[in-house]
Design a binder for this molecule. Structure first.
Ligand code: 13P
Ligand code: SF4
Length: 350
């Protein structure tokens, strides 16, 4: 990265001192992650967001829904900044508040809403989290989805899982012992979700038809190809991958789990990793004693995570150092209250 920009970022950070706290998701670029005070997966970052109450400014190097959660979980005097407002998430955009309200009405019309506990993946907007909080549900992340589902099934007999069908299905089938037949996919673009009332009533897991465009690109063929190319390779994937990919893999877990797995791996071992490319490249560079390859043959960054680059970070830090708060992410009080109810239920999971 440009040495002049690196120097400016350093100087702005030093000028802000303890008034600044920088959080960085594992999918961020190297040029950005070097300035993070804490790095993590979305669960760790949600827990860490409030860890520095002396900081006036929390600069979130990640995507919009993460910055919203940080705003909800930090104290009122703390201001959360997203260095580029265009850093959204296509998966989170796949469930809008109106669509979810409409789906809930379908569940009411089918006479099952009282049996359903809604669970939303962290990768959703604050108003979806608030919707879930109001209706007795919780947030989950890829590192606690099993525990969240166990909790949900202790509260009700059915789960509406938003917005990632793959995380929902993979967790239900591989960790909870449900069958694929127990799961239905609710399509918000079709009347009634594209399901008959009877099918809705029969289902145990109602999966929202959302997915991650990055992890959705890995296929069963990628797994078969890499096993051919590298005999004895360990295939390690994120649970946002399609079910057929997760079933064919050797290990599945959140980004924090993936990092731990590689750190603990034997020198000389070979790993094909199915997650975002910034993280896989960083792992490969940090572990030259292990063979670490990307599961796909094509390049696969998360384009919105990559929006946060060094120029945007420098701009936001220098603005803050001048006392000018740019790109503040602020969730309105009522939404924040109910979203926090859902987030706190997650943070209280055993
Ligand atoms: P985790 O941080 O929970 O592993 O999720 C990955 C992801 O896609 C974040 O956008
Ligand atoms: Fe969204 Fe997928 Fe990018 Fe994560 S990796 S921010 S889920 S599009």
């Amino acid at each position: 990265s440009d040495p002049a920009l690196v120097e400016r970022a350093r100087a702005a950070k030093a000028a802000l001192g303890d008034r600044l706290f920088v959080l960085g998701h594992h999918y961020q670029r190297d040029e950005v992650i070097q300035f993070a005070d804490v790095t993590g997966d979305s669960f760790k970052l949600a827990r860490e967001a409030a860890a520095r109450p002396t900081a006036d400014y929390v600069v979130f190097c990640g995507v919009h829904f993460m910055a919203e959660s940080a705003d909800i979980l930090t104290a009122d005097h703390q201001q959360v900044v997203l260095p580029d407002l265009a850093a959204g998430c296509s998966m989170a955009d796949m469930a809008t508040f109106d669509q979810v309200e409409e789906a809930w009405e379908e569940l009411e019309d089918a006479g099952i809403a009282d049996d359903v506990i809604p669970i939303t993946y962290m990768n959703s907007s604050a108003d979806i989290k608030a919707f879930v909080g109001r209706r007795g549900g919780a947030v989950c992340t890829s590192s606690n989805a099993r525990r969240a589902l166990e909790w949900a099934f202790s509260q009700g007999s059915k789960v509406l899982f938003l917005p990632d069908q793959h995380l929902g299905r993979n967790t239900a089938v591989l960790s909870m012992g449900l069958s694929l037949d127990d799961c239905v996919v609710y399509n918000p673009h079709r009347p009634g979700g594209g399901l008959t009332r009877d099918r809705l009533r029969d289902a145990t897991m109602i999966l929202w038809r959302g997915h991650c465009s990055v992890h959705g690109r890995f296929s069963r063929q990628c797994v078969d190809d890499v096993r051919q190319r590298i005999p004895g390779v360990n295939v390690l994937v994120h649970p946002e991958c399609r079910h057929e990919v997760v079933v064919a893999a050797d290990h599945v877990g959140s980004t924090e789990y993936i990092i731990k797995k590689i750190e603990e791996a034997e020198p000389g071992s070979a790993w094909a990793v199915g997650t975002e490319l910034n993280l896989v490249q960083r792992l490969a560079n940090a572990h030259p004693d292990k063979t670490i390859t990307f599961l796909d043959r094509t390049v696969c960054y998360c384009s919105t995570m990559n929006r946060i680059d060094l120029p945007h970070l420098v701009w936001s830090l220098e603005s803050l150092a001048r006392g000018e708060v740019v790109n503040r992410i602020q969730v309105d009080a009522d939404t924040a209250h109910w979203a926090k109810v859902a987030l706190d239920r997650m943070l209280a999971l055993p």
